[in-house]
Design a protein around this ligand. Structure first.
Ligand code: HEC
Ligand code: HEC
Length: 222
């Protein structure tokens, strides 16, 4: 609608063209108004957000909420969350089992390791809801270069500490859960799992005291 602000072009315009232009800018105004009243500019994105449902009333919106959901649908820059994550997901103990599809147990302090296309090794630690996330600042100026390889590990102290690696690479999707959906099927490997049995006594979550400084992977301790 730039020509609206150019009086020269305007005055030289025949009557009928002016009418067309006037009605076009009315239409533009109407579109702007309808965007302003909905949550985002993109109806597909709105639909994806709505499909995830409301908050669990027992878990405040924060690092422990919405385990297993594709975090970056909301934390990807298009809202509704203001905090943007470059990558995020949730890790569980056992693989999805159709014979026993009850809520999977999340892994506290699993290590999620990523080898980026530019050979950066990144490692993230899950919280007690199995969630991990990385803000763009945490990744620094280089960011996270796709495609990347990824593995998960839960060290148990028993000497049996397998690394479970994804064979394929991730080309561009920042949320593990956008592919790792339950039930597992032709189009989905099921939720991300370390393939171990959960501990006998559940971990207190949220913890009584938040770890300070935040936990890091063994290789990031120095
Ligand atoms: C359906 C949308 C939605 C999904 C999915 C979602 N979140 Fe959120 N999240 C929010 C909103 C809204 C807030 C409120 C604060 C904000 O605007 O950042 C929030 C807040 C947070 C915060 C606190 C931010 C701060 O600085 O206070 C964290 C951490 C967080 N979410 C992590 C996650 C993780 C990890 C996942 C995936 C396992 C996830 N969220 C999935 C909408 C979502
Ligand atoms: C683009 C879709 C896609 C995304 C995104 C994705 N995965 Fe995967 N993942 C798969 C597929 C398909 C498989 C099964 C085949 C394979 O291993 O490559 C898989 C397998 C895995 C496995 C091995 C499972 C097993 O039991 O052997 C792990 C671990 C894993 N993914 C972790 C992750 C994590 C962590 C993320 C997020 C950082 C992630 N994946 C993001 C598609 C994806």
């Amino acid at each position: 609608m730039r020509s609206n602000t150019e009086p020269k072009a305007h005055s030289a315009m025949p009557q009928n063209e002016r009418l067309v232009q006037a009605s076009l800018s009315m239409a533009a105004l109407a579109i702007v108004a309808s965007f302003a009243s909905s949550c985002s500019l993109d109806p597909v994105h709105d639909g994806q957000v709505k499909a995830l449902g409301g908050e669990d009333p027992n878990i405040p919106a924060g690092q422990y909420h919405r385990g297993g959901q594709p975090c970056t649908v909301c934390h990807g820059g298009e809202g509704p969350a203001k905090n943007v994550f470059a990558i995020a997901g949730t890790v569980f103990y056992q693989k999805y089992d159709p014979a026993n599809p009850k809520v999977p147990v999340p892994v506290d302090q699993a290590f999620v390791r990523i080898l980026t296309a530019d050979n950066a090794n990144l490692c993230f630690v899950t919280n007690c809801m199995g969630n991990f996330r990385a803000t763009p600042d945490r990744l620094g100026a280089k960011g996270l270069k796709f495609p990347f390889l990824v593995s998960v590990q839960k060290t148990s102290g028993t000497g049996n500490q397998p690394v479970v690696a994804m064979v394929g690479h991730v080309g561009r999707e920042p949320s593990c859960a956008n592919c790792h959906k339950d039930p597992s099927f032709f189009d989905s490997p099921g939720h991300v799992a370390v393939n171990q049995n959960p501990p006998n006594s559940p971990v207190q979550c949220p913890p009584a005291v938040e770890p300070d400084p935040p936990l890091v992977c063994p290789e990031d301790l120095f």
